[in-house]
Design a protein around this ligand. Structure first.
Ligand code: HEC
Length: 211
């Protein structure tokens, strides 16, 4: 009797192991076929799961939170400067995500002007900015030394404003994007030239090497 029992347990165990091996095998085959490259587009299933988990991970009191910072043109200007300096490297000034870094991340930086982002509540946007998104390139900005909550709420106002940015606002932001020392110098001498200084116009950035 006992022996009979062990016999069935053994069979069940063997079947479970076989099933496990099969699942791992299929997963490996999929990885080998699709690769682990960050360049790939996430599958619909991956995207749905990731966004669903993120939705569930936002505490409900945060989900319905209202932006405590009153909207004003000053607040938007401040947030634009902040965005140009901290966020545009990945998200681009216009929020399209069309940057070298953004395109290479997995998942890619989304076009934040689209409904997919705009449909998130203010509270959700705030939580994402403050806490980042795990397993993605989206960093957390909740460090009390740098960003305080008010800064992040101002950025929420800006996210809402992204689809309406004017060309003037975009030009202003471009000046505030992080620059290499060379780019700074170029910009400075251009400004001096335009201001009527007698400095020569800056040389073109591309150099020609003729043998
Ligand atoms: C290093 C690159 C990087 C930087 C810098 C960055 N982000 Fe992100 N961000 C991402 C990526 C990647 C995602 C997409 C994550 C995902 O798909 O879940 C994202 C997603 C978001 C989202 C959610 C949009 C959506 O629809 O899923 C918000 C809001 C956001 N970022 C705001 C900001 C703000 C504000 C800053 C600057 C303070 C910033 N990000 C800086 C990479 C970055």
């Amino acid at each position: 009797m006992a022996q009979q029992h062990w016999h069935t347990t053994g069979k069940v165990l063997a079947a479970m192991i076989a099933a496990g091996v099969l699942v791992i095998g299929i997963a490996l085959a999929l990885i080998l076929r699709r690769g682990l490259s960050a360049r790939a587009e996430p599958t619909l299933l991956e995207t749905a799961i990731a966004r669903g988990v993120r939705h569930l991970a936002t505490p409900s009191f945060m989900h319905d939170a209202r932006n405590p910072v009153p909207l004003s043109s000053g607040v938007l200007a401040e947030a634009r400067a902040h965005w140009a300096d901290h966020c545009a490297t990945c998200h681009a000034n216009d929020g399209s995500g069309n940057t070298e870094i953004g395109r290479g991340l997995y998942p890619k930086t989304p076009d934040m002007r689209q409904p997919r982002t705009q449909e998130l509540t203010d509270g959700e946007l705030f939580s994402i900015i403050k806490n980042g998104v795990r397993l993605t390139g989206m960093p957390a900005w909740g460090d009390p030394a740098g960003h305080d909550d008010a800064d992040n709420w101002k950025l929420v106002h800006l996210v809402r404003h992204l689809p309406k940015l004017t060309p003037e606002e975009l030009a202003e932001m471009e000046k505030l994007n992080p620059k290499t020392p060379d780019e700074w110098q170029q910009m400075q001498s251009e400004a001096a030239f335009l201001a009527g200084g007698n400095e020569a116009p800056p040389p073109a950035t591309h150099s020609h090497h003729h043998p």
